[in-house]
Write a protein that binds this ligand. Sequence first.
Ligand SMILES: NC(=O)c1ccc[n+]([C@@H]2O[C@H](COP(=O)([O-])OP(=O)(O)OC[C@H]3O[C@@H](n4cnc5c(N)ncnc54)[C@H](OP(=O)(O)O)[C@@H]3O)[C@@H](O)[C@H]2O)c1
Length: 212
Amino acid sequence: MQPTIFLVLGATGGTGRHFTARALADGHRVRALVRTPGKLAPHDRLDILQGSITDPIDVDALVTGVDQVVVMLGDKQAQQQATINTAFVRRLVPAMRRHGVKRFLYQAGGLSRPYGGRLSLPLWIIRNTLARSFIGQHRDNEAVMAYLATEASDLNWMVHRAGIFSDGSSKGVLRRSATKFSVATFRDCADYNYRLLDDAAAVHTADFSAYS
Ligand SMILES: NC(=O)c1ccc[n+]([C@@H]2O[C@H](COP(=O)([O-])OP(=O)(O)OC[C@H]3O[C@@H](n4cnc5c(N)ncnc54)[C@H](OP(=O)(O)O)[C@@H]3O)[C@@H](O)[C@H]2O)c1
């Protein structure tokens, strides 16, 4: 990958901190908007901006000079009340257009329904039983996917509908799949996201990832 400037949302989260560490280790620059800067170790190629996506932040300043935008955001409680990710993405995408930033990766969950698609019966049952407390997060992720599909086809967006279970070590290499779904580690999901950004065939997809 060419030296790249990533704007990372969710850099302090389960997936985001592995993604950020990987990008920095590979010589790239990361700009991160975080609520608590102390959660991130300083690095000379890491630019930390303090703020919340629910603040009236200057989205133009956020995307200026950036090559790629990676969103790995989640706040289960806040998303129970409002689609905060969608509201933020709706502000971010026009700013990306204004600054010529085309590539956008959004991590949703495997239990979030892709736009125009449906969940298999087993996943639908899990979503509405065991994972019922995440319903706000799924609704928000689904609203983001609908927005991208219907109002942002000019961007090279891609959605990873991840399945995550633990923060353990790597269990293998995840590959994109329309049908197979693995319960993976945060590290493997982050590595997958990192590779997906370079996969032209992934543009305008909202697939699962599965261990090969
Ligand atoms: N965890 C899972 O089991 C799982 C499974 C499948 C899919 N997913 C999906 O993957 C995505 C990311 O999940 P994750 O588990 O990697 O993340 P996570 O560990 O839940 O962390 C969420 C990240 O979002 C940040 N964030 C939340 N609200 C914010 C706000 N208002 N302003 C700025 N930053 C904010 C958090 O910052 P703070 O550090 O300040 O809290 C944190 O960095 C979500 O869409 C989720 O649905 C998760």
